[in-house]
Design a protein. Sequence first.
Length: 396
Amino acid sequence: MEIETLAWLRTTEGARLLVLAAEAWEEHAGDPVRVAAVVRRAEPDAERAAAATTQAQLRAKAVGKFGDSAHRMFFTPDALEQATRARVAEHRAARVAAAVPGGSVVDLGCGIGGDLLAFARAGLVAAGVDRDPVRAEMARANLEALGLAGAVHTGDATMVDVSGFDAAFADPARRGGRGRVFDVEGWTPPWPWVLDLLTRRALVKVAPGIGHDLVPAGAEAEWVSDRGEVKEAVLWSPRLATTDRRATVIGERGLATLTDEDAPPPGDPAAEVRPVGAFLYEPDGAVIRAGLVTAVAAGVGGGLVDEHIAYVTSDASFRTPFARGYRVVEHLPYREKQLRSALHERGIGRLTIKKRGVQVVPEELRKRLSLRGDNEATLVLTRAAGQGTALLVEPF
């Protein structure tokens, strides 16, 4: 989209076309061809009509990230994909606001302004910088559309003097021409710039798979999941850090967090391998990434199934936001032939297969098991104390 087209969409006439496109999108169940036809009848300019149709499509898609606010925002396809979910951004902004109440924050590489909006809503004086003029203009438009204060500058984020701000935030690009870039040296801005930024009061969003060995001394690494899906890791500089490792879980009922201070010391029963008990717990991905599985074990009064496997077991039933719980119904044979016979005997025709630490492809195994029957079950294939184990379980 050209800046001139974006500017026109923000006029009264353009706003009416966006409303028409949104109504057509809903009426025609998201059929882009039919929506485009409706919009073109109302607006003969091909570029404006195409832009309105695209915005209707992107706004509908963005509801999952931004809620109802998405209907008033502007997006590009790539910027929407890269934008942080609102709930995750709001958590991060709340932490910054708690550290620098009423202070200022600069978003270095703000894109269409997803994080900028969260900072502004948290009561911070928010400023954004992006080298892409269209994205920078969209960030301005999104602040205005949602009635939020903030400033956006078009320029090179690496050249910004952040000393005048109370905090700085960056989200380096981790995509190249061939897709995701997993090597930190290939990020934009580059890793040395990130490390330099973290010597200040700053926080940097990084890939969830970042190695613990890359976290600078004194910094806090926080892994965040939303509705069970690990979304990001954030490095908090020593001047903002409150612990070494943190797992934050955002669910339907709110937010919960674990830190390395919750992990039991070596030798504690929760940090040791024990026999599978009456209940099995599957820690959230953020907990696993943060290396805090033993903290979950301590929380449920249990221990580890295997020293290398992220399953926890206990003889007690607990509700915890940090893991999904299962009641262990029975132990089944691990060998495939005997396992198939056991499942047939129990009349299991629909089977959810979960596996960790074993070389099994669930879809292929399910076909070989030739399941038949009216019953439904969940099977966990894993290692317990180094041995292959099959557990029939029930979620609770």
